[in-house]
Every structure is written in C-alpha cells, then in structure tokens.
Write a protein that binds this ligand. Sequence first.
Ligand code: 13P
Ligand code: SF4
Length: 348
Amino acid sequence: LSKQEMEDRVKQIKLDLGNALFIPGHHYQKDEVIQFADAVGDSLQLAQVSAQNKEAAYIVFCGVHFMAETADMLTNNEQMVLLPDMRAGCSLADMADIYQTERAWEKLRQQFDDSILPLTYVNSTAAIKAFVGEHGGATVTSSNAHKMVEWAFTQKERILFLPDQHLGRNTASDLGIDETEMAIWDPIQDELVFTGDVQKIKVILWKGHCSVHENFTLNNVDYVRKEHPNMTIIVHPECKKEVVDAADYNGSTKYIIETIEQAKTGTSWAIGTEMNLVQRIMNQHPDKHIISLNPYMCPCLTMNRIDLPHLLWSLEKIQQGSPINQITVDTETASRARLALERMLERA
Ligand code: 13P
Ligand code: SF4
C-alpha cells in the first residue's frame, strides 16, 4: 500500500469507529502517526486524558509500553488498550526490574528503617508502580516532579527515586538538596554507592537513565555557546545534570513546546530532546531559528516502532473483530499501582 492509501484507510476506520476509538499520541511519535491522534501530550497529559475517557471501547496507544499499561490501569474494565507494536518498550523503564527493586528495598530498610519513601517516574513498569504504591509512595512525571518530591519530604525523611537518576538528581538539586546528600543505588552490584555519613543521605537515586537524553552532552552545549552565542538552550530533565545546569531552561516536553510557542519571532533555540519532537517544533516555527542541541539528532528507537503501517494494522484488526496487542495489567498489580498514580493525579 502507498502512504496515501494507508492514510485513507486509517481515516475511514476512524470515521467508522467514531467515539468507540480513541488514539492518544505522545509528543515523541512520528508525524505520520501524530496526524491521527485524538489527543497529543506529555506523559502526564496522556495519563489524564486516558483516565477521563469513559466511552472509547478501544484505546490505541501511540507511545510506549509503560504508557499503555498506565492507560489500562486508569480506564475501566470494558475498555481495551492496544499497542500497535509490542516492541515499543522503553529502555529507561527496563532499567528497574521488580526483583532488583525488592532486593534494594530490603537492604535499604535494614540501613534506614522506616525513613524512606519510594517515588517512581511514570517511565517504569506497572510492577514498579505497584511496589511504590504499596509502600506509600507515588509516581511522578517530568512536569510535576518538583511538586511530588516536595510532597514526599512531608511524608518521610528520605526518598528512593526510581528509575531515572537524572530526573531525580535534577529535581532534588532544584529543591536545594546538595549532591553530597544524594546516593546512588546500583541495581547490578546490589549496593549503595556513597562516600560520607550515610545518615545525611536524603535522596537515593536508582542508577537508570534514558538512552536518548544521555546523548546530549556538555560538549554539545559548549559548541552551541561558541558557534551561536545568541542561542537559548532548552533541554529535558532526563538529560545529565551537567547539561541541565549549563542549559538556559529545562522542563518536560509540554514545557519545551510552550516555551518555544511563546518565544518571539526571530529568536534562536537549541533543543535537547527526542528528534521527532524537535523536528516538529522546527516545522511549526519557521519564524524562529531552531536546531537540535546534538547535531546528529536523537531518535527514540522504541517510540519510532509505532509507525503508520502498525497503526493501520492495529485499526484493521479492531474492525475485523480480532484486536491484537492488548496491554493488560493484572487486577492485583493494578490496584496497588493505582495508589501511586492517584497520589500523583490528585496533586498534579
Ligand atoms: P514527558 O513527555 O513527560 O516530558 O516524558 C518524556 C519521555 O521521555 C517520555 O518517554
Ligand atoms: Fe524511554 Fe527515553 Fe524513549 Fe522516553 S525517550 S520512551 S524515556 S527511551
């Protein structure tokens, strides 16, 4: 099928299914997919729209696996959440598995008793969210991490932040927590990496990272400062702290989009986030000079697995009465994970 034929088919199926179909799309998705999304947003917005939608029987999630799991946990039992390509995972979410987390928790509790609250970035599996929910903690997204970390410290003396060390470190640091008060939990070695008085630890960062945002470096920042001295640098907080510190602004995908929208015509920007979003922002703002902070652009390979042929395949299967790639979280895990999600949604 040609691209045009595939697009025509998707349009027709959307018309045929009407409100029975809902397609949420993350900002990092390809344009060929985003053009058909009923809601486009960051992780928090997509969690919220999924929770609000009570009428769609089929939610075809254009994003990655953990997002589809979250949608499944927040929608009702009659709604089916489908992921057009099961290979659309997230390397960051995969960096914390539940067995490693349980082992870490046991050791940390031996050392710190009941003084730790777990928090997890939404970029984590349902099992990790369930673990966090069960132990009184909450999920966070890149747009509410500050608020949620502040809340966590009203509950306990210290936090365990899963699975993204960079978002955890950047957020804690913005809230005035010194790096000497932060330790790393290494899940491969099963040990706490810290030199100093352990009783001073306030934040324990899980040693995970996003393989896309790690590609933005201090060298990239230095190069832009030298070659384009009038350029403003804006990055996602999944970037390393040294990059975030050297940039002018940092925030979630929603924040990056809004900041560029509000910027004056003729201004120049270097953006440190996933390639599809950077390219879309460039196309939408021909009046501004915009580049990727890393000149090679940085694609998220797993987000890109959702493409037009997979979207069409997923929709055709629904129409044929045999939907594929349903994402389901078992009821027991979902009920514990919802505790963590709800603690965030009521504060976000
Ligand atoms: P946000 O859209 O919440 O900023 O998340 C970025 C991301 O990496 C999603 O996978
Ligand atoms: Fe995961 Fe990073 Fe891709 Fe987001 S950009 S889905 S955090 S690997």
